[in-house]
Design a protein around this ligand. Structure first.
Ligand code: SAH
Length: 504
């Protein structure tokens, strides 16, 4: 078999900036060779069984050489069908993607190029700098600053570039910024011309320094802004003062750990990202459906006989309706007399997708809330189906039974601890916030902590809890609760985090 190698531009860092085609191929890939820069937020979109190869430099490890990368791509295409080479920005803008294409072409391997959003344009754009502007700049030159202007045999003619009016976007130029600026000024470029350096463009940690060609190197040094950055020299650079938009987002620069199960993390991560935050997904639990839940078949067969059906989570809804489908039926099996109770708007929303409108959504999204919501209902003698997690608290079934209901509790899934690797845990401890959306996430997260890390957690990141039950679990473990959501939902948790960040 011989596969195809796709040279895909990942975009500059914001994972929303990969193209639709790039994303579709990434999701289908058998093997993914990726750089470190620009690709971090995208790796989670690969298939769980895809082989991932980081070819970039990583702490304590040397990068693969270009020859090694070329050879690995050719070799991978011999056995895998979809081979993705994911590169930061655009693959053909200083990315050596063209060398990889040459190697593939010479080896007779099929390949395609999927262009990407280059940092040369996107990083300035996120800092409010357009690379062209009518009446102000009519040309854009993209140049590598990797070459030393003082070295003989240098390919870049900085004196010539100095004479080209318009916008100059310099990539890989931070190490030689002072020499580059000097070469441009001695070539005749005005020292007072606006110049900006944008580091980590399009990402939550984006930082920029606006100065002039003459002062930029000093200012960058003073502010501690380094690589990776795009430097723009030209008359559009100071439009940043007027049209910077990204840096004003409320969670900019804040790193927020998401401990929910991977399958559910994305809604929270996406919300945080839209607010300018940097989500760090460290799933501490995994949702595992129970193979043959006791009592499920009987419950499904006679689901129309229940007076009340209670669903406590999106997982519960999915698994119950999957069971109905397997039994050859659907939402119609529920009686119109049955009262359907959903804990939380997320659960109600998933029910709606399955064609069922929840009759009762308790005001408090915890087990106690269901008891409160049913306070005015006579449940004596009522048949109640409670479909939920194995490890859930007994508050709800006990409370209903005390009031005379007959409760069938079906355990559809359990949350299983997902160990967090030591280096990922160090990253979590250096973050600004760690979010907990259930007691199970607290317990498994703590299970992955080394003793010394546990001490660091007390005075490290701020701990955010979705509600009182999760907070109690944190406090029982001797940990502080810095932020507790008033509404016990993901949007409620994000609101509480926002308020905390604003007060800071
Ligand atoms: N193919 C890439 C460029 C690779 S060269 C592209 O099209 O963007 C690596 C250089 O790109 C870095 O040294 C830096 O100058 C620039 N770069 C990449 N990502 C960046 C980012 N998010 N913010 C600022 N500069 C970035």
């Amino acid at each position: 078999m011989s596969g195809t190698v796709y040279l895909i531009g990942a975009g500059p860092g914001d994972p929303g900036l990969i193209t639709v085609r790039g994303q579709a191929l990434l999701e289908a890939a058998d093997v993914v060779f990726h750089d470190r820069l620009g690709t971090e937020g995208l790796i989670g979109r690969c298939r769980a069984d895809a082989r991932l190869v980081n070819v970039g430099k990583a702490p304590g490890r040397v990068a693969m050489s270009q020859d090694e990368i070329n050879a690995s791509l050719v070799e991978a295409a011999e056995t895998a069908e979809v081979v993705v080479r994911l590169k930061g920005g655009d693959p053909f803008v200083f990315g050596r993607g063209s060398e990889e294409a040459q190697a593939l072409s010479r080896a007779g391997v099929d390949f395609e190029v999927v262009p990407g959003v280059t940092s040369a344009i996107a990083a300035p754009a996120y800092a409010g700098v357009p690379v062209t502007h009518r009446g102000v700049s009519t040309t854009l030159t993209i140049v590598t600053g990797h070459e030393d202007p003082d070295k003989a045999g240098e390919q870049t003619d900085w004196a010539a570039l100095a004479r080209v009016p318009g916008t100059l976007a310099i990539l890989m130029g931070m190490g030689r910024l002072r020499n580059i600026a000097a070469a441009l000024m001695s070539g005749g470029r005005d020292p007072a011309e606006p110049a900006i350096a944008v580091q980590w463009g399009t990402m939550s940690r984006q930082r920029s320094v606006l100065a002039t060609l003459e002062t930029l190197a000093d200012r960058v040094e003073h502010e501690g802004v380094g690589s990776p950055a795009v430097v723009v020299v030209g008359p559009t650079a100071d439009l940043a003062e007027e049209i910077a938009w990204f840096a004003t987002r409320p969670l900019i620069g804040r790193r927020v750990v998401v401990t929910r199960a991977r399958a559910q993390a994305s809604a929270l991560s996406e919300r945080l990202r839209l607010l300018g935050g940097e989500p760090i997904e460290l799933p501490s639990i995994r949702i595992e459906p129970i193979a043959q839940p006791a009592g499920l078949d009987e419950a499904v067969t006679s689901i129309g006989d229940y007076d009340i059906v209670v669903l406590t989570s999106v997982n519960g809804v999915d698994l119950l309706f999957d069971a109905l489908r397997e039994a050859g039926t659907d939402a119609r099996a529920l009686s119109s007399e049955t009262s359907v109770v959903a804990i939380g708007p997320g659960t109600a929303g998933r029910l709606a997708e399955r064609g069922v409108r929840a009759d009762v959504i308790p005001e408090r999204f915890v087990a106690e809330g269901v008891l409160e919501a049913l306070a005015g209902t006579d449940v004596a003698g009522a048949r109640v189906l409670l479909a939920r997690a194995e490890d859930a608290r007994a508050t709800l079934p006990d409370g209903l039974r005390e009031r005379g209901a007959s409760v069938d509790e079906i355990h559809l899934y359990r949350s299983v601890p997902e160990p967090i690797a030591a280096d990922a845990m160090s990253e979590a401890l250096a973050a600004d916030y760690v979010t907990f959306t259930a007691s199970s996430t607290v317990r498994s997260f703590l299970g992955s902590l080394e003793a010394d890390q546990r001490a660091a957690l007390g005075d490290g990141p701020r701990l955010v809890s979705i509600g009182p039950v999760t907070s109690t679990t944190l406090r029982e473990a001797g940990l502080p609760v810095h932020v507790e959501a008033q509404e016990h939902t993901i949007p409620g948790l994000v609101d509480a985090l926002l308020a905390d960040a604003a007060a800071d």
